[in-house]
Design a protein around this ligand. Structure first.
Ligand code: ADP
Ligand code: MG
Length: 702
C-alpha cells in the first residue's frame, strides 16, 4: 500500500512529459499531434471528444432504422471481395439474424475479408445506411463473438476526438486510451470536502469517463467535474491575486473631508443619479480604507462615469497625494482636460496633460512638476506609462476604457506608486459571467441608470437598411444639419489594417464632399492622421464648424459631442455588437433625439441576427449577452484572456450556475488559507501553478 501514493504522484509529474512517452506515439504521430496543439501527456488526456457515437442500442436486423447509430448482432452468411476499379477493393460481409440481412462494407481493406468466415457470430456497429435497398454499415466497428457472448467492444458509447492528417479518429481514440491507461491514475487536487459538497466525481473517473463513458449520462457527470475544475482553478487564482492586492497591503487612507471633495459634493455641476451616488460612495469608502482599492466602474456609454471619477481625483488631491488618469486615445485624453480641467480648476486642484504629442519643452516641465508633486492630477495616454514619468506620491490610478489596455499596462500604472488605489472604467458592458472570468479580481460598481433628460437609448432610433436606401439616409443627415445638428458617417471596418481603413475613409469623405453633401462642411477623422490634425478636427467638430464628420472607428471611444444626432454606419454587419453599441452611444447625448442608421447587407444568419439584435435591443448588458451567444465565447474570451488558464469545457453561457459555485468555493477557500499552505490544499497549489504557468506571477504579484 505504502508505495501507491508515490506511483500516483509520479503519474502526475509525467503529465508534463512529452506526448511521445505514450505507447504508439512515434515520431510521425508526435508531429501530427503537435498540429492539434498536443505536446504533453496532459494535452492528450485533455483532448476531449467533441461528440459521442452512441452504439448502445442493439435492435434486430428487421428493427434497425436507417440513419441511426446501432450495434447489430448476426451470423456471417457470405464474404465477398469486389474490384470494380483497379484501385478500389470493396469487401462485403453479409450477416443474418433470422429477421433480416445487413452488410458490413469495407473499402480498400482486403484484410477485413480474412477476419470473417461464414458461420461466425459477429457484432457490427456504426451508422446504418441504405444502398440498393439493402441495409449496410460502412467501415463498422466489428468484433467476433462466442456463441453465448454479449458484445463488449461494440454496443457502447464511442468518443469521437478531433483527428488530423496522419492520425485517424480510430487511432486518436486508441492513443487517448493508452494515455488514460498509463497516466490517468493521479491524486485528486480538489479538496475532498468540496467534492462531496458539490457532488463532483473524482478526477480519475471523470477523466476516463469523459473519453469513454459507459453510457451517455456518465459523460455529463464527467464533464461537470472537469468544467468545474477549469472554473474553480481560475477563480482560486483570481481570489489569491485579489487577496494579495487588497488584503495584504497597506494603501493610502485618503481623507474624505478635505476642501476639494467637500466643494464638489456641496456644489456638483449637476445632481448625480442614484447609481452615480452609490458608485461614488463605494469608491470613496475603498479610498478611505487602508486596503488598496481594486475596483471597476462598469457603465454604458453616457451613464456619466467621468463625474464619478472626478470625486476620486478630488479625494486624492485633498490627501496631498497624486492621481493619474489614463485614456487609450489622445482624443479622449484631451477631452478629459477639456471637460474635467475646468472643474478641477474651480476646486483648486492643479492638473496637467501628457500625451505623445506634448511638445518636448512642455513635457520636461510637466515631468518636473509631477516629480516634485506640484501637479495633483495628471491626465494622459500610454505616455503616462513611460519610465521617465515619476510621481512624488501617486495614490490613485484611473484607467478609462480599460478593455483597450492589457493586463500589463493596467499594472504598469499601478507600479508607479506604493499600493496605489486602482479604478478602472469601462463602457463595454460585459456579461456577468465574462466579467467574473476576466476581472474576477476586481470589485465592480455598476452604472445602469442614465442621467435624466438624456436617456440616450430610448432617445435614439436604430434603423437597419440595405445600401440601396442610401439616398434616404443622406436626406436624414441633411435634415438634421438644416435643423442645426451634426452627423457622423462611420466607414467600414477594414480587416487588414488601420491604414486601409483610413484610406477607405478618405475616399468616402471625398465622395461625400463631391457628390452628396457639396453644400455642407465635411470633415475627416482617421487613426492615421497626425495627432495635431486629429485634435484640430475634433475641436472643429465640437465647435460646430464641421457638419458631417467622416470617421473610422476612432470615434468609438469616449467622444462627446452632444449636438451630433445622426450616425450613419457603412457595412455595419462587419462590426461586433459591442462596437455598434459603443458607436450608438456617441449620439443622442444631448437634448435632441438621435438617429442611428446602419447600412447592412448581411449574408449570414449570424450577421442578420446581429443586425436584428442591435435594432431591437437598447440595453448594453442585454446586447453583450446576445453577443456572447452569437459570436461564441471562444472568440470573446480568446481576444482578452491573455494566457490565463483555458476554458475548454466550461461554458460562460451554459455553466453560469457552475461558475457561481466555483467562485463561491474559491473565495471561501482563499479567505481561510490565502496562500494554500495547509496540507489539504498543497495539491491544489501545485495544480494552480501548473495551469497558470507563466501567468503565475500575475496571480501572486498583485
Ligand atoms: P461616460 O463616460 O460614462 O460615457 P460621461 O461621463 O462622458 O459618460 O457623461 C456623459 C454626459 O452626461 C456628459 O456630458 C456629462 O456631463 C453628462 N452627465 C453625467 N452625469 C450627469 C448627471 N447626473 N446629470 C446630468 N448630466 C450628466
Ligand atoms: Mg467616458
Amino acid at each position: 500500500m505504502a508505495n501507491i501514493p508515490t506511483q500516483r504522484a509520479e503519474a502526475l509529474t509525467a503529465w508534463d512529459s512529452p506526448v511521445s512517452v505514450v505507447r504508439f506515439v512515434d515520431d510521425a504521430r508526435t508531429v501530427a499531434l503537435e498540429r492539434l496543439g498536443i505536446r504533453t501527456v496532459e494535452d492528450l488526456l485533455r483532448h476531449y471528444p467533441f461528440r459521442f457515437l452512441d452504439l448502445t442500442s442493439t435492435p434486430t436486423l428487421a428493427e434497425v432504422q436507417v440513419g441511426s447509430d446501432a450495434t447489430v448482432v448476426g451470423r456471417v452468411h457470405e464474404v465477398r471481395v469486389k474490384k470494380p476499379r483497379s484501385r478500389l477493393t470493396i469487401t462485403e460481409v453479409g450477416i443474418v439474424d433470422g429477421t433480416g440481412v445487413l452488410l458490413g462494407v469495407w473499402f480498400n481493406q482486403p484484410y477485413a475479408a480474412r477476419r470473417f468466415a461464414p458461420g461466425d457470430r459477429v457484432a457490427f456497429a456504426g451508422r446504418v445506411q441504405l444502398e440498393f435497398g439493402l441495409k449496410q454499415i460502412r467501415t463498422p466497428f466489428a468484433e467476433k463473438l462466442g456463441e453465448e457472448d454479449d458484445p463488449t467492444l461494440t454496443a457502447r458509447v464511442l468518443p469521437v476526438h478531433r483527428a488530423t492528417e496522419g492520425i485517424s479518429t480510430n487511432w486518436m481514440r486508441r492513443l487517448v486510451a493508452e494515455a488514460l491507461g498509463q497516466y490517468s491514475d493521479v491524486p485528486d487536487f480538489l479538496p475532498a470536502r468540496l467534492r462531496i459538497e458539490r457532488d463532483l466525481w473524482p478526477l480519475t473517473s471523470a477523466l476516463r469517463c469523459i473519453h469513454f463513458p459507459e453510457e451517455s449520462a456518465d459523460a455529463g457527470h464527467a464533464r461537470r467535474r472537469l468544467a468545474y475544475d477549469e472554473l474553480f482553478v481560475l477563480q482560486v487564482g483570481l481570489a489569491i491575486r485579489r487577496h494579495g492586492l487588497v488584503d495584504e497591503r497597506k494603501g493610502v487612507p485618503h481623507v474624505l473631508d478635505g476642501p476639494a471633495l467637500t466643494a464638489l459634493r456641496d456644489d456638483p455641476p449637476f445632481s448625480l443619479t442614484g447609481d452615480q451616488t452609490r458608485a461614488v460612495s463605494e469608491i470613496l469608502a475603498d479610498m478611505a480604507s487602508q486596503r488598496p482599492m481594486n475596483r471597476m466602474l462598469l457603465g454604458d456609454v453616457g451613464t456619466g462615469k467621468t463625474i464619478v471619477a472626478a470625486h476620486a481625483l478630488a479625494a486624492a488631491a485633498d490627501t496631498l497625494a497624486q492621481a493619474a488618469m489614463m485614456a487609450p486615445t489622445e482624443v479622449l485624453a484631451e477631452q478629459y482636460a477639456l471637460r474635467l480641467g475646468p472643474l478641477l480648476d474651480t476646486l483648486g486642484i492643479p492638473w496637467t496633460l501628457l500625451t505623445g504629442s506634448t511638445s518636448s519643452a512642455q513635457r520636461s516641465e510637466t515631468l518636473r512638476r509631477v516629480a516634485e508633486g506640484s501637479v495633483a492630477v495628471l491626465f494622459g495616454t500610454h505616455a503616462l506609462l513611460e519610465e521617465t514619468v515619476q510621481f512624488a506620491a501617486l495614490s490613485l490610478a484611473v484607467v478609462d476604457e480599460q478593455h483597450r489596455f492589457g493586463v500589463v499596462q493596467r499594472l504598469g500604472l499601478r507600479g508607479k506608486g506604493e499600493a496605489v488605489d486602482m479604478l478602472v472604467m469601462t463602457a463595454t458592458p460585459i456579461p456577468r459571467t465574462l466579467a467574473l472570468t476576466l476581472y474576477g479580481d476586481l470589485d465592480v460598481s455598476y452604472l445602469r441608470e442614465r442621467p435624466s433628460g438624456r436617456s440616450a437609448e430610448s432617445n435614439v432610433t436604430t434603423t437597419v437598411m440595405g445600401p440601396q436606401l442610401r439616398p434616404s439616409a443622406y436626406e436624414r443627415v441633411r435634415l438634421a444639419v438644416r435643423a442645426g445638428r451634426q452627423a457622423y458617417v462611420i466607414c467600414a471596418l477594414v480587416e487588414e489594417s488601420t491604414a486601409a481603413e483610413a484610406k477607405a475613409a478618405v475616399r468616402e469623405a471625398e465622395r461625400l464632399r463631391a457628390d452628396v453633401f457639396d453644400d455642407l462642411r465635411v470633415g475627416l477623422l482617421t487613426g492615421k492622421m497626425k495627432p495635431a490634425d486629429k485634435t484640430a478636427t475634433m475641436h472643429a467638430f465640437r465647435a460646430g464648424a464641421i457638419d458631417v464628420l467622416v470617421a473610422t472607428t476612432v470615434v468609438e471611444v469616449g467622444v462627446d459631442v452632444p449636438n451630433a444626432t445622426v450616425m450613419v454606419v457603412e457595412d455595419a454587419e462587419r462590426f461586433g455588437l459591442a462596437q455598434l453599441h459603443q458607436l450608438r452611444g456617441r449620439i443622442g447625448r444631448g437634448e435632441h433625439p438621435g438617429e442611428f442608421i446602419l447600412f447592412a447587407n448581411p449574408s449570414t444568419d449570424e450577421g442578420r441576427a446581429r443586425m436584428d439584435a442591435i435594432a431591437t435591443t437598447a440595453d448594453g448588458f442585454e446586447l453583450a449577452e446576445r453577443d456572447l451567444v452569437l459570436r461564441g465565447e471562444g472568440q470573446v474570451l480568446g481576444e482578452r484572456q491573455h494566457g490565463l488558464p483555458e476554458l475548454r469545457l466550461a461554458s460562460l453561457i451554459r455553466d453560469a450556475d457552475l461558475l457561481d459555485q466555483a467562485r463561491a468555493d474559491a473565495v471561501a477557500l482563499v479567505s481561510t488559507d490565502p496562500h494554500l499552505r495547509t496540507a489539504e490544499h498543497l495539491p491544489l497549489a501545485r495544480e494552480l501553478r501548473r495551469r497558470f504557468n507563466r501567468q503565475w506571477e500575475w496571480v501572486s504579484s498583485g
